[in-house]
Write a protein that binds this ligand. Structure first.
Ligand code: GLA
Length: 388
């Protein structure tokens, strides 16, 4: 990010002004393990990335909030004297949804010019949308001294996405974007919202993200369908056991009560969630003992469960993981995020990263006729204000 250049863009798009500009940043995330567990009250283990969304804010003295981004041509505005309306599938729904949630709490803002600039690949499943929401929420909270803590801002951003954008996501992405810490992964219990920041600095290892570059068509409706199947599983299990959510069950308890679920597909969905929860616990335990081999093995198991039981991987993600496993120096690999395209995350020995990128890229291109992109990820901090 070049702040001087972004300020020039701001002057060009919104008109030149010497009024002060505040600059904020909120990162994207990669989830190391614990997938499709957050909305089931389970554990997740994501970390914040060093790339994300920058936000420049300038008060404009009017009752209009204007939105622009360097990522798309599309711009928009809302009038603070009127109710906020959702605008089709526009990216503007993310920040407007956040302003709408503040408004519900009677936390009002002034007319502003907001310029967003993201360096996360769009639609890659690395939470560019959560980073836009959290950048907005964090900036408003800071500028207007609303006094909310980061967790409350993450929950507010999740509500914006659920209620205004219309995607029924869990808390993981907004949480990771808001509460990330450099060189630490975040171990979150999504039921109690208790969390721990676990050092994740592996000597001689790198986190490599590979983007399938597959368009994630229909991903939102399939995501909501998985959520509904989990709810159906809870309802069926409640006929024989009192539970609040799927994560209340251990694998042993689940196997004992599995016959309560008549639908074969619903049964598989529940098995993924419950097994993934125990894998996440085991992975954090392995990491605390510096047992990276076990951590990697659990990543592969997670992928297989997402492929066979949760059925959210697809040929592209499966191919990336299969090709990754062929490389000497890959410790573990799995899809990350919602699935249906998007990215994989792999832990790779530093001296094998070059081979990894070359050979996985070539194997993937040959099998899918698509080009993958690779990013060697650094774990960064959560939402922050930057020097203008
Ligand atoms: C998306 C959602 C998250 C989470 C993951 C799957 O990223 O936004 O809340 O459910 O999918 O683990």
């Amino acid at each position: 990010m070049n702040p001087a250049e972004l300020k020039m863009t701001m002057n060009r798009l919104f008109g030149a002004s010497d009024d002060p500009v505040s600059v904020y940043f909120s990162p994207g995330r990669v989830n190391l393990i614990g997938e499709h567990t957050d909305y089931n009250g389970g554990y997740v283990f994501p970390c914040a990335l060093t790339f994300g969304t920058y936000l420049l804010v300038r008060i404009n003295g009017s009752r209009i909030v204007r939105f622009a981004t360097t990522n798309f041509d599309h711009r928009g505005e809302v009038n603070l004297n009127e109710p906020f309306e959702r605008e089709g599938k526009s990216w503007i729904n993310y920040p407007v949804g956040v302003l709408n949630e503040f408004r519900k709490l009677a936390l009002e803002v002034e007319g502003m010019d907001l310029l967003y600039s993201g360096d996360i690949p769009n639609g890659a499943g690395l939470s560019s949308s959560a980073s836009i929401e959290m950048a907005t929420a964090f900036a408003m909270n800071d500028l207007y001294r609303f006094g909310m803590d980061r967790m409350s801002l993450a929950r507010l951003s999740q509500r914006a996405e659920n209620l205004f954008v219309g995607v029924n996501c869990g808390i993981m992405d907004q949480f990771a974007s808001g509460l990330g810490l450099k060189d630490h992964a975040l171990f979150l219990n999504c039921d109690t919202l208790e969390y721990e920041r676990v050092p994740f600095r592996l000597e001689g290892m790198k986190i490599v993200i590979a983007n399938t570059n597959k368009r994630r068509g229909l991903a939102d409706s399939k995501y909501n369908e998985r959520r509904a199947q989990c709810e159906a599983a809870v309802e069926a299990l409640r006929r024989g056991k009192s539970i609040r959510n799927l994560s209340d069950l251990t694998m042993e308890e689940f196997e004992k009560h599995a016959q309560l679920i008549p639908d074969e597909v619903v049964l598989k969905r529940a098995r993924h969630v419950i097994s993934e929860n125990s894998r996440t616990l085991a992975a954090v335990d392995a990491l605390n003992k510096s047992d990276i081999a076990t951590f990697g093995e659990l990543m592969y198991q997670s992928h297989h469960s997402l492929r066979d039981d949760y059925e959210v991987t697809g040929r592209e993600l499966d191919t990336l993981v299969e090709e990754a496993a062929k490389i000497d120096g890959t410790v573990g690999s799995r899809m990350t995020g919602a699935g249906f395209g998007g990215c994989t995350v792999s832990i790779v020995a530093e001296n094998a990263v070059e081979d990894f990128i070359r050979d996985v890229g070539a194997g993937y291109a040959e099998k899918t006729a698509l080009q993958a992109d690779f990013y060697v990820a650094e774990i960064g901090d959560g939402s922050k204000r930057m020097e203008p």
